[in-house]
Design a protein around this ligand. Structure first.
Ligand SMILES: [Mg+2]
Length: 347
């Protein structure tokens, strides 16, 4: 396969949160072959990501022959290794990798899930969980048939109001009943003592995990939490490439790995993460798993699928599946099954 064109743009995302996701912006990537077949990918990093693609990644991809996206991924990582093994560079590589996989699927005439697992049954829907920011959203998602709910609890401060969190989890457990799952996300805001206080307080309500209780690189804190927390510890949405995840696995820093396919290095990296997690006996639960890119990987590779609700402000992809009664169907169109308006591209 040979790529004739590689383009990247920052799409408008009205309503995106007022943090780095808006400040940096998002990234749409397109690769086009000489025959006019195109692949679409999503990364992150906005104008900075576009700059990396235009100035560095393009020369790796355009005009080169390759058999499989993983070969190109290795070249992209080698080419950027001296300055970009984490963060925006890898977010840009993710967009390119996903565009190449999309093209690969379209050329084969198969959905990505069927390429990863030839006997996958795409008529079966997958269970999802709803990430909610307050009681109102929690109630709405429970009314809409949510199978599981993840509560954002960083709003309880740092150090956190432990009683407030315990009361919230108690109310949510009462509303959900005993069958459905509850998780919590602290956005890296706490320290070890306050995380342990929260974990001991909510343990009685059977919480499936506490996500990112401390900052992503605080390995010593995660090691201590893995030893002492009665609630499993999750993380990894801010980790990059297989080397980064191998460090988390080898050092036993998380019970649940949560790579983001649009940030961590794309599908090539996510496939590697599923493989290492299987060997280590760990669960993978991709960040924002019901968005079109991660969904194909979850359908094909996940023995315990649970797809997180999507970003409602990222609306430039047409063809994304919607969640109904807590479940989502996986598109069976070739590639990732998404289309973007041609008006996004520069020319
Ligand atoms: Mg999170």
């Amino acid at each position: 396969m040979r790529i004739d064109r590689l383009e990247a743009v920052q799409p408008p995302t009205p309503g995106s949160p007022g943090d780095w996701r808006t400040q940096l912006g998002q990234l749409l990537v397109r690769v086009v072959t000489a025959d006019g077949l195109e692949g679409i990918g999503v990364g992150s990093g906005g104008a900075a990501g576009v700059h990396i693609i235009d100035t560095v990644l393009r020369e790796v991809v355009v005009g080169r022959d390759f058999e499989h996206p993983a070969e190109m991924h290795e070249q992209l990582c080698r080419h950027t290794a001296f300055y970009g093994r984490k963060g925006i560079t890898v977010m840009a590589i993710s967009g390119v990798d996903l565009a190449l996989w999309d093209l690969f699927g379209k050329q084969a005439g198969k959905p990505i899930a069927s390429i990863l697992a030839p006997d996958v049954d795409l008529t079966k829907s997958l269970p999802t969980y709803a990430t909610v920011w307050d009681d109102e959203e929690a109630h709405a998602s429970i009314e809409n048939g949510a199978i599981a709910v993840k509560l954002h609890v960083e709003r309880f401060g740092a150090p956190p109001d432990v009683d407030g969190i315990v009361a919230l989890v108690s109310r949510t457990r009462k509303a959900l009943g005993t069958e459905k799952a509850i998780m919590m996300d602290a956005f890296g805001a706490w320290d070890v003592p306050s995380t342990l206080q929260v974990a001991r307080g909510v343990e009685q309500f059977e919480v499936d995990w506490i996500e990112e209780p401390v900052q992503p690189d605080n390995a010593a804190a995660y090691r201590q939490l893995m030893d002492q927390s009665p609630v499993p510890i999750a993380g990894g949405e801010h980790e990059y490439l297989s080397e980064g995840f191998q460090y988390l696995v080898d050092n036993k820093l998380h019970s649940v790995l949560q790579p983001d396919i649009n940030w961590c290095g794309g599908l090539t990296t996510l496939v590697q993460i599923y493989r290492m997690a299987e060997l280590a006996g760990l669960r993978v639960c991709p960040h924002r798993g019901s968005e079109p890119y991660a969904l194909q990987a979850i359908a094909a590779l996940d023995p315990n699928p649970l797809a997180e609700s999507p970003r409602d402000w990222f609306t430039c992809l047409e063809g994304a599946s919607m969640i109904h009664d807590g479940r989502i169907t996986v598109p069976d169109r070739p590639g990732f099954g998404v289309v973007v308006d041609q008006a996004f591209w520069n020319g």
